[in-house]
Write a protein that binds this ligand. Structure first.
Ligand code: ATR
Length: 272
């Protein structure tokens, strides 16, 4: 029987066990996907013990993604660029680390708005940990002008430095102006969520009618930014599909079947 896991601290809110459990059941695989709460002080030991633990691999979530990156020398290109590891697997008994967030982001858009790949200019709201996978995905999809807007401009600047000359850093207040010629607006910040009332969501009226808007937050499905965009008649994609798609490469590595992201799965997660 093949065993996989998700580890974080705390781990109670993770939807991954339901997601992978859905696929294990659907494909009739004799396997498990377990939620393991590992306290930060025990996490490196957990990684050291993994090759002999009986697990085929697993997912890593908050707050362990950066420590996993620092601890595992054998990483895929996405993890390297993003600076965080969210997927672990064994190859010839050796632990490998990857990052599937950029893949999940892109595959969700390919599903719902495949024209996103024609865009050249993107504005990314937020410069936290989550924005790195998005910037990496945008550059891979061929965007040539990625504008990172953040309350703390210094954080946006350090990301622009990291990802190269196609990227530029801007203050949050510049978003309305930046959207005048933006093809694709992505929110990776927590603005719009409870506790961010000090920062109103930007006015989106400058966006062109063909512009696309997405948010990586999926609770609620229609975030305040997506609602503003929908009210304006713009095309929007919610963030739930990113969660579903980022799980695909790991499941395939551990259990040997590339699982499908379907409406059934989406509805199961929404109901969970
Ligand atoms: P994550 O890893 O999920 O991206 P994070 O690193 O805490 O989380 O980043 C959260 C993002 O939301 C950051 O871009 C943050 O802006 P700062 O870098 O200026 O902190 C942004 N954010 C959070 N609360 C905000 C607020 N009240 N107003 C503006 N931006 C906010």
């Amino acid at each position: 029987m093949t065993r996989a896991f998700v580890t974080g601290w705390p781990i109670t809110h993770s939807k991954s066990p339901v997601l992978h459990g859905f696929w294990l059941n659907k494909y009739g695989i004799k396997g498990t996907y377990e939620a393991l709460g590992i306290e930060p002080e025990n996490f490196v030991q957990f990684l050291d013990d993994l090759p002999k633990s009986g697990f085929a691999g697993g997912n890593v979530t908050i707050p362990h993604k950066e420590v996993a990156f620092d601890t595992i020398p054998d990483r895929d290109e996405a993890a390297e660029m993003i600076g965080a590891v969210n997927t672990l697997w064994l190859e010839g008994g050796k632990l490998k680390g990857g990052n599937t967030d950029a893949y999940g982001f892109s595959a969700n858009l390919d599903d719902y708005a495949p024209q996103w790949r024609q865009g050249k200019i993107a504005t990314v709201m937020g410069a936290g940990g989550a924005s790195r996978a998005i910037i990496y995905a945008l550059l891979n999809a061929g965007f040539t002008d990625v504008r990172i807007a953040n309350r703390t401009v210094r954080r946006a600047q350090s990301l622009a430095d990291r990802f190269g000359e196609a990227c530029s850093a801007h203050p949050w207040s510049a978003i309305e102006e930046l959207t005048q010629d933006t093809d694709f607006l992505v929110n990776t910040s927590s603005v719009g969520m409870a506790g961010t009332e000090d920062t109103p969501i930007p006015d989106l009226r400058n966006l062109a009618a063909e512009a696309l808007v997405t948010d990586i937050v999926y609770t609620p499905l229609e975030t305040p930014i997506l609602k503003a965009a929908n009210d304006q008649g713009l095309t929007t994609v919610d963030g739930l599909g990113m969660l579903l798609h980022q799980a695909v490469p790991g499941f395939e590595k551990w259990f040997g079947i590339r699982p499908e992201v379907t409406d059934d799965l989406r509805n199961t997660i929404l109901g969970a």
